[in-house]
Design a protein around this ligand. Structure first.
Ligand code: SF4
Length: 364
């Protein structure tokens, strides 16, 4: 089925390989590329900032996280711990990178990309890749793509394998993958099949389409979404809510939820500019709601006249984000990250940091 007219590319970037192998037509170059939309969200911004901070730390031996976050519009509270995990992992694996090439562009026959760190000396060939995502995203093909491109540039080392260290900073751990020639050969077969199917095969689904820039104008995806929208009401009325029904409907539910979330963001952006007139004289708009807060300084005499210090302490909590923001505001530039770490370390030492477990729904 040729749905879009276009040109099959000769190479694919490592970061797109997973999707390309699942849905080969996602990389077809078409005249409709004009309609491509930027599917990169907060996660990509966080990834760019954290990658840059770690690369600076490796190159210069130090990094000003505040300044990097300022440039990317990110929260240092989020990037700081990610970088700490990343650098902690680096201290364990740096022995395999005696001559580290940082942010090294690898370019093979069919794949290209930027390896976070690469070492090649003829005996060993090692690659390190920092991952800042929540899910232990299956980056198998991206890492294989880097290994393959590096193989084309440097050849197979005498160790007979290419080692790739995948550092999952949100989880605070890393895994090591080793690729031999036979792994690369199997990868080439999959890759060539995908190039042959590019423009002919589409595989819409919540994971394949999620970051695809073609999704706004993709007919197979539109058909898929229409099917999803039909299956869910059917599940409610005919299939019930058994585990089997929930499992079967899950990908469709996930695809629809992604679409609904995107549309909800579009409404939020529109409502920032003012109310939207609806049929029947109604409006869809932001309304203000009151949330009462207690000013601790003013409240203290009233509280102390009724409650013990222990009772007051039990009712009070200090937001970690607000506290660290305050520390940041009162500390000179260049010393902020360290001051925040120090405050947290001191608070931990006196047992003032409590961990609350919250439940979030997540696919693992
Ligand atoms: S939107 Fe989905 S189905 Fe369409 S090309 Fe992209 S990944 Fe494939």
């Amino acid at each position: 089925m040729q749905i879009h007219q276009g040109t099959v590319p000769s190479m694919v970037s490592g970061s797109k390989l997973g999707r390309f192998l699942a849905c080969p037509s996602s990389e077809l170059e078409t005249i409709e590329d004009f309609y491509k939309f930027d599917s990169h969200g907060d996660a990509a911004t966080i990834g760019s900032a954290a990658h840059e901070a770690i690369a600076l730390a490796l190159r210069d031996g130090t990094v000003d996280i505040e300044s990097v976050c300022h440039q990317h519009g990110c929260n240092p509270e989020e990037i700081g711990p990610l970088c700490r995990y990343g650098l902690d992992a680096w201290s364990k694996i740096s022995q395999y990178f005696r001559e580290p090439r940082i942010e090294f562009e690898v370019r093979g026959v069919r794949t290209h990309g930027r390896a976070d760190v690469l070492h090649a000396d003829g005996t060993t060939l090692s690659i390190a890749d920092w991952d800042f995502g929540y899910l232990g995203t299956d980056k198998r093909y991206q890492l294989l793509g880097y290994a393959d491109a590096a193989y084309h540039m440097f050849g197979m080392p005498s160790s007979g394998r290419i080692d790739v260290f995948h550092i999952m900073c949100r989880h605070g751990n890393y895994s090591t993958l080793s690729y031999e020639l036979s792994d690369l050969e199997r990868f080439h077969e999959d890759l060539e099949r995908a190039f042959r199917n590019c423009g002919k095969v589409y595989s819409p689904g919540p994971d394949t389409c999620r970051f695809c820039s073609r999704q706004l104008r993709c007919e197979p995806r539109q058909h898929y979404m229409a099917q999803c929208a039909m299956v869910l009401p059917q599940m409610q009325y005919e299939l019930g809510f058994t585990d089997d029904a929930l499992r079967e409907a899950y990908p469709k539910w996930k695809a629809l939820k992604g679409l609904v979330d995107t549309i909800d963001k579009i409404y939020s952006m529109r409502l920032e500019q003012g109310p939207l007139d609806l049929d029947g004289g109604k409006k869809y708009c932001y309304v203000e709601q009151e949330r009462q807060q207690i000013d601790v300084e003013q409240a203290m005499p009233v509280l102390q006249s009724r409650l013990s210090d222990a009772e007051i302490a039990a009712a009070m909590s200090i937001s970690k984000t607000s506290l660290l923001e305050l520390v940041g505001q009162t500390t000179p530039k260049g010393f902020k990250a360290k001051a925040k770490q120090q405050v947290m370390a001191e608070l931990r030492e006196v047992g003032a940091v409590r961990t609350k477990i919250i439940k979030v729904k997540r696919e693992q």
